[in-house]
Every structure is written in structure tokens, then in C-alpha cells.
Design a protein around this ligand. Sequence first.
Ligand code: NAD
Length: 337
Amino acid sequence: MTSSLVRVGIIGTGNIGADHVDRVAHQVSGARVEALFDVMTDRVSALADSVGARSLPSARAVIEDDAVDAIIVASPAEFHAELSLFSIAAGKPVLCEKPLAPTNDECQIVVDAELEKGRRFVSLGFMRRYDAAYRHLREHLDGDKIGIPLHLRCVHRNPDVPPTFTSEMSMTDAVIHEIDCARWLLGEEISSIRVISGKSTPDAPHGLRDPQLVIMESTSGVLVSVEIFVAAQFGYDVRCEVSGSRGFSSMGYQDLGDYVTVAGRHSAFSPNWRVRFGEAYRLEIQDWVNGLAVGEIRGANAFDGLAATTVAQAGVQAVRTGDIVPVHLPTRPSLYD
Ligand SMILES: NC(=O)c1ccc[n+]([C@@H]2O[C@H](COP(=O)([O-])OP(=O)(O)OC[C@H]3O[C@@H](n4cnc5c(N)ncnc54)[C@H](O)[C@@H]3O)[C@@H](O)[C@H]2O)c1
């Protein structure tokens, strides 16, 4: 790094990419936005001007620019592996939004590229690892406060989804966060997954089974259940409770903060993931930048990305077949210990 600030290039400036531009420019220390690319060129020029960055003509131009130290990838998922590979080839750290890639094979290629270089470049955008409530839960598990974890009971409710959203996307776009959280909280891999759907809400887009109940098992036999309900209307609601052999620990069930207005009594659910996890995204990027300043690659890694996609893809099969689908994950290379 030739500058005291980490000079960041950001690819994809839609919902989360534009938020990351704002975070790097205004909410974290030690970094600045150097260059942007999005296929929507008009929009990206204005955004670049607003943060004093350059708008470049392609993703590769951003990755290979001499004044760019590190990359954030926030384009649609089908480009994540390719852009991560370009970043690795250029020798630049990359914070890639989830998922690492839509298929296990593409994720494996990214892992193999890091193994070939003998070092890690990729951090993955599993920001819940930076959420204060999830961190408390993990402290309770690590601190042996509730005995041996036996069951993670998760709830993931979203107010609404676009009409094109499918039952399979509930696994690949939404439950993938619970998959990562379960692996991170338990320190074990997921070994099987099954998905059950019952009566659907009339608010679900045509063909979407919603809610669905996802039941996973970890390698030591811990149960992980997830109510995934993406057209829940009322707000964004993420909960997790761990039942242990000597107690339980939960997040999202308490402190919902009722409030009253002339229109009635309300619970202060977040309206969306942006609000609920805003601070977690900020902390994730701050930790990434802090790590780069001392030569460390922090956060979830490429193997975490491979594992999450592998479980999510098994979940897609489980949605389609109704079967209990085993998860086959390669052994974790020591680079990711
Ligand atoms: N970590 C999280 O909680 C979280 C939240 C939201 C989105 N995401 C992930 O971030 C990614 C983007 O999601 P989004 O909601 O911002 O989508 P979006 O559609 O709002 O934004 C994607 C942007 O990428 C641009 N784009 C399309 N093709 C491109 C290409 N080839 N090169 C560069 N840019 C291109 C689009 O023009 C658009 O501006 C997805 O993978 C999504 O899963 C993660």
C-alpha cells in the first residue's frame, strides 16, 4: 500500500454497493473511495463525483488500476467469482459480497486460486459476524455459559420480495446468512439439510412457498432450524436462540422496544436489513480496512463462502425434492485454519 489510506475500488453500485461507497467515504476511518465501476454508467458517474472518486470503464480497469489498493465486489452474484479471481491475480485484497458464487464449482476455483498463491485475499460479506447481538450469543457459547449447544432456533422474516423471487432463492439469498451464522456460532460444518413448506401466505409472489421451515444438522448432531418467511409484511425480523445442555441464550426475542403512536401500539422492528444490520456492515468494513493496514485479511474467508454455497445448494435440492439432502464439503485446507 503506497498511501496511508487504503484506496478502495468498488464494483457494482446498486443497493448494497452504493451503501458501501457511503460507508468507505464517510463512515469508516483509514480508507477512501478511489474508483468505481457499474454497468449503469450514468448513475455511477454521479456517485463517483459525490465522493471524489473516478468512474472507470470496466471492472478490470478498477481492479488493475495502480491507485487502487483493495476491491469491494457488490455486483450480482454471477460475477463474484470472476471478479474475485481477477483481484487475486492482481494481488489485491477483495471484500466480496455474499455469495462467493452461485455454484460450488466456482467457489472451489476461487479457493484453489488462493491455495495456488499460498495466501488469502478474499473476505466475504457475512456481516452478521459483526452484529453485537450475534457476538453476544457467540460469547455465551464460547464462554460455556449454557453448556453444550443442542439446538439453534432461527427466524428470518423479510417484509417483501420482488415478484421474481423463488422458493430456491429463499435458500441462496436469505438462509445463506443463517448457514454462515450456524457454522460460525457452532464452529462446525453443516452435514444435512431438509426443507418443509406448509400453507403459504397469500402475500407471497406466485409460486413462492413462504414460509418454509429449514432443518439442518451439524457434524456433531446439533439441530439448526430456520423459519424463513420473506413476504412477512410487517418488517424485518431476525432472531436466534440457542438451547444448550444447561441453559439457553437468545437474540432478537427481547428488547423489541414497543412504542405507541396515535395510530396504535407498535413494536420497533427494523423496516429492512439495511437498518437492522447497518452497524454490522460498518464494523465489517472498518475491520477489513484495519486488517489491510497491518497486512491481515479478516472476516469470513473463501472457504466459508464455499461451505455456505454448498449448504445453500443442498437446500435448493431439498426444496425441490423434499428429501433430507446430505452436504458434501471438501476438507478445509490449513490456509483457512
Ligand atoms: N450481505 C448482505 O446482507 C447483502 C445485502 C444485500 C445484497 N447483498 C449481495 O450484494 C450483491 C448485490 O446485491 P444488490 O441488492 O446491491 O443488487 P442490485 O441489483 O441493487 O445492485 C447490483 C449492481 O451491480 C450492477 N451490475 C450488474 N452487472 C454488473 C457487472 N457485470 N459489473 C459491475 N456491476 C454490475 C448493477 O447495475 C447494479 O447497480 C448480491 O450478491 C447480493 O446477494 C448482500
